[in-house]
Ligand binder design. Structure first.
Ligand SMILES: Cc1cc2nc3c(=O)[nH]c(=O)nc-3n(C[C@H](O)[C@H](O)[C@H](O)COP(=O)(O)OP(=O)(O)OC[C@H]3O[C@@H](n4cnc5c(N)ncnc54)[C@H](O)[C@@H]3O)c2cc1C
Length: 639
């Protein structure tokens, strides 16, 4: 990339930039309080420093620099920290390892049953709480714009367990409220629909084609009726060969039964055990261009493309080509039951914030699901000695051991020093693959089960742009990008709640939600995830920034979008260890009930119990909560 090209893209333009000091987030210019105190010899804890407010940090977030060094030293290099002789703090009733939704829910449920005076400590290795449910704040200069850094939406909450529903109700979440807060008509009222962007590097030309056939799954995500042009016109505009275009049209229009003579059940079984790529090439009979066109569709859910996801799953995601199979009840495999609107302006970070405010009321004002959206959190108050519940960020557990019948010792590392706390019980709400390193006493078969799931890597990039007029001019609100760096680009969800208003007018700044799923098509799914982990760890922010600018310039340039002028801020939420691994019939066994790895992994070990969404092998908020519920019940039954 030449310097002139970098200048055109605005690589050196002034967007909100922050910096890191000693691995801890510190806003430039806001750190003035810290330095004089250091000079006086009074070392403040990072969270106590003036300006410590992680949601407002931009640049590389998610698993941010500094968050994983200790865990990697433990797991990859076998580093051992000598357990300190002195115990830190008085004995806790409960120590929770992992401050994500599962750990926070576990603390909430434990306190509910053990009483308001129960002493609880929550440890997390990140500089912010919430685990995957993180909040991003970006500044347009005039106002703060919110975005979700990870966990997006409460999906089909009517199907949640009684325990998950009760927790949300206890936090004051009224699900009906989202029907007013989410403006289902906004984008449709501007005539916006779906589009596909073909990038120059992959297709030899930058071209955005609007009027894509409505993908019901995406329409559901946008929770709005979508504008769609005639299929033939859309396909005719694709910058592909004649054969490629004819193939794509055929996949959409086919009414052929490719499995004549098989019963519905047999067909479903066939679809479950073959990839969509194979279905398209071997049965529908299309070529590589059409296969590539559909490739990225399941990536946002599975982290891998149509080469590694079953045809049945793709049918459930509304990919075309199945209409002629005559399946007796295809709707049984349809995911859409309830509009996808249960979304706070910062996604499920608000659920984490509600939990934290409920556990430690002094950290933030207010008491409703509306006022949580703009409530300012005082991170200095998360870990105060006189509070019954405390949260210690920037602290990685490295050893968890039941030392006698009644107590568990937890050693954690903070700023490269080891500390030991003692508790009457411990919930491990952290990622399962680290647990064998924390508890080497666990039976080998359980350790193996804990290591089975390979978490799914993905990136949620939030890019703040000056206005969304270019999207209006081009007639799109969501764009699939089969060859580009980010495979989806969409206008943020139009949600106004509490004192927060979404960008209703196209002239206003808005966050673009962009998704990248690093993987290596052709490999088995878990190997693709491992490849993606590695890619994310070695990719610097500069690479993301350049790719974002290039992609938006290519996609929106015809509508006058200039990245150097129109991009106001970028937060790349990288999640090398993202979704909990879900079993995939193409690659995993069909285990008998009780025999799957997650069920074997979550067996309690004395007073050490296992929560986290990993324990349910399913990447959903309600699973994280349900696993906390089970783990807390198991712990209390032996305390
Ligand atoms: C990008 C993304 C989008 C998602 N979108 C949705 C959605 O729209 N709807 C939905 O229902 N679900 C969604 N999910 C899934 C859902 O968010 C998760 O299931 C849920 O948040 C997981 O919570 P958890 O507490 O189990 O795990 P996590 O959120 O991963 O929390 C575990 C915490 O433990 C910490 N930890 C690990 N090891 C240690 C250690 N040794 N010491 C201290 N701390 C440690 C981790 O760093 C992490 O902070 C999404 C997930 C991701 C990644």
């Amino acid at each position: 990339m030449s310097r002139a090209e970098d200048r055109r893209l605005g690589m050196h333009a002034a967007i909100t930039r922050r910096d890191f000091l000693n691995g801890f987030a510190l806003a430039i210019g806001a750190g003035v309080g810290a330095l004089p105190l250091r000079a006086l010899g009074k070392e403040l804890e990072p969270e106590q420093r003036y300006g410590y407010y992680p949601p407002a940090l931009t640049g590389l977030r998610g698993s941010h620099p500094g968050s994983f060094d200790v865990a990697h030293a433990l797991a990859r290099e076998g580093r051992v920290w000598t357990e300190p002789v002195e115990q830190t703090d008085d004995v806790y009733d409960l120590v929770v390892v992992g401050g994500g939704l599962s750990g926070l829910a576990a603390a909430h449920m434990f306190r509910k049953r053990a009483g308001r005076h129960a002493r609880i400590l929550i440890l997390d290795n990140h500089d912010d709480f919430g685990g995957h449910a993180k909040r991003n704040e970006l500044s347009s200069g005039l106002r703060t714009v919110l975005g979700h850094g990870g966990s997006q939406t409460l999906e089909t909450p009517s199907t949640y367990s009684a325990g998950s529903k009760a927790l949300l109700a206890e936090l004051g979440v009224d699900l009906k409220r989202f029907y007013q807060a989410f403006d289902m008509k906004l984008y449709a009222s501007h005539g916006l629909g779906q589009g596909v962007y073909f990038d120059r590097d992959t297709y030899g030309i930058d071209k955005l084609v609007a009027g894509a056939p409505v993908n019901p799954w995406i329409a559901e995500i946008l929770a709005s009726s979508q504008t769609e042009g005639p299929l033939a016109e859309f396909v005719a505009a694709l910058p592909l060969s004649e054969t490629g275009r004819a193939d794509i049209l055929r996949v959409h229009e086919t009414r052929v039964d490719y499995f004549p003579g098989l019963s519905s059940e047999e067909k479903i079984d066939r679809l479950r055990h073959m990839s969509y790529d194979r279905y398209l090439t071997e049965h529908v009979g299309v070529g590589a261009e059409a296969v590539d066109f559909f490739h990225t569709r399941p990536r946002e859910l599975w982290g891998v493309g149509t080469d590694a996801v079953s045809a049945l799953e793709c049918m459930g995601l509304d990919l075309p080509g199945f209409d002629g199979l005559g399946l007796t009840d295809p709707d049984e495999y349809d995911f859409s039951e309830e509009p996808y609107i249960h979304h706070f302006p910062d996604g499920n970070a608000s659920v984490a914030r509600l939990l934290v405010r409920n556990l430690i009321p002094r950290v933030a004002p207010g008491h409703t699901m509306d006022d949580i959206v703009t409530a300012r959190f005082d991170y200095a108050r998360l870990d105060e000695p006189d509070a019954p519940v405390r949260m210690r960020l920037n602290s990685t557990a490295v050893r968890v051991r039941q030392t006698n019948r009644d107590v568990v010792d937890v050693t954690y590392v903070r700023r490269d020093l080891a500390y030991r706390v003692r508790a009457r019980g411990c919930v491990l709400a952290c990622w399962h693959m680290i647990i064998p390193f924390l508890c080497p006493e666990l039976p080998p078969a359980q350790q193996e089960a804990l290591r089975y799931g390979t978490k799914v890597p993905l990136v949620y990039t939030n890019t703040l742009i000056r206005s969304w007029q270019p999207f209006v001019d081009l007639g799109v609100s969501i764009v699939e990008c089969p060859g580009a760096y980010h495979s989806t680009v969409m206008l943020d969800f139009p949600v106004s709640l509490g004192g927060y208003r979404c960008a209703r007018d196209p002239s206003e700044p808005i966050v673009l939600h962009m998704v990248r799923t690093p993987c290596k098509p052709g490999l088995p799914a878990r190997d693709q995830h491992r490849y993606g982990h590695q890619e994310l760890y070695v990719t610097p922010f500069e690479t993301f920034e350049r790719e974002i600018r290039k992609q938006l310039a290519g996609m929106l340039g015809t509508a006058g979008f200039e990245p150097a002028r129109d991009i106001l801020g970028i937060t790349v939420n990288r999640w090398p260890h993202g979704y909990a691994y879900e079993y995939n019939p193409l690659w995993d066994e069909d285990w008998a009930p009780g025999a799957s790895p997650c069920e074997r992994a979550r067996v309690p070990f004395g007073r050490i119990v296992m929560a986290n969404a990993d324990a349910g092998a399913s990447a959903y908020v309600n699973v994280a909560i349900d696993q906390a519920h089970r783990a807390v019940g198991e712990l209390l039954s032996v305390m």
